[in-house]
Design a protein around this ligand. Structure first.
Ligand code: SAH
Length: 273
């Protein structure tokens, strides 16, 4: 990556930084500058190795993410760690996949830091839904089909007060639905959306590892998405996009960076894939 202008980073401030959806080129210049100036980087598992390679030698790295099948560190422990590092006067970058404030628990970390008087600065990142839509060439809004866009989680905090996501209500919004962490509950989610009134013919897509090496996608309908995603062996991280727009993806929009030249050519030729 080319060097952004060298600049300062304040010690004792915690920077909650979004690393984007995967492709290292989707990192912001601001994020890159902060990573290069950090004294300690606390990061999650969805951060690309090329981005981690930008952490300066001598900078402390702390991995706090969860890997498939393993438990992650309790959030309270991560919060306490950030507080302790900031209190040591270090330049702390808390690096998270996508955007820190979109299903990234950035809000909880910011609250914990603010509660003890530690200033926080948030640097947005490209969230997975945007990366996945670009990768699949699906416009998330389109004047002809939808004017609303909803980000939902398929995996809810078990201790959360009040009701879980009311999928049936979302079926009535006439919106594009982007469902994070929905893979393991795909059957129940798609069923409830249909029970809420969405037609089984509603276009739906699931995109695995969007903008990363190994990207895969299944374009289906609400009625057969679970079966087709299962048959294709779609695995985490994956995001689901439901709505009319999923059927309207001009080929030219497909995200081609990081794909081989042959794939680029194939995608550019209609019917070539
Ligand atoms: N803060 C992150 C979301 C963290 S939740 C963001 O803004 O993107 C983790 C979930 O995000 C995954 O379970 C998956 O649903 C989605 N996700 C993250 N990266 C992804 C990728 N490259 N491709 C598809 N889905 C992704």
């Amino acid at each position: 990556m080319s060097p952004p202008r060298a600049s300062h980073i304040h010690p004792s401030v915690v920077y909650l930084v979004g690393a984007g959806p995967g492709d290292p080129e989707l990192l912001t210049l601001k994020a890159l500058r902060l990573i290069r100036a950090a004294e300690v980087v606390v990061y999650d598992y969805l951060v690309a190795p090329e981005i981690l390679a930008e952490i300066p030698p001598g900078c402390e790295r702390v991995f706090v993410g969860k890997q498939a099948g393993h438990v992650c560190r309790p959030q309270a422990e991560i919060n306490a760690l950030l507080v302790a590092l900031a209190r040591q006067g270090k330049k702390v970058v808390r690096l998270k996949g996508g955007d820190p404030f979109v299903f990234g628990r950035g809000g909880e970390e910011a609250e914990a830091l603010a509660a003890v008087g530690i200033p926080v600065q948030v640097v947005p990142g490209i969230t997975a839904a945007l990366g996945a839509a670009a990768a699949a060439g699906i416009p998330l809004t389109h004047r002809a089909y939808t004017s609303a866009l909803v980000f939902l989680t398929g995996h809810e905090c078990p201790g959360k007060p009040g009701q879980a996501v009311r999928w049936r209500d979302y079926a009535r919004l006439n919106a594009t639905l982007c469902i994070y962490m929905g893979l393991h509950r795909l059957a129940a989610i798609t069923r409830e959306l249909q029970e809420g009134g969405l037609s089984p013919d509603t276009p739906a897509a699931i995109i695995q590892a969007a903008t990363m090496e190994g990207r895969r996608e299944v374009l289906a309908t609400l009625g057969d998405l679970t079966e087709r995603a299962g048959a294709a062996g779609i695995a985490s991280p994956a995001i689901v996009i439901v709505g009319e727009v999923a059927a309207h993806r001009p080929r030219a929009l497909s995200y081609l960076a990081a794909e081989s030249e042959r794939d680029v050519l194939r995608a550019a030729v209609p019917g070539g894939r």
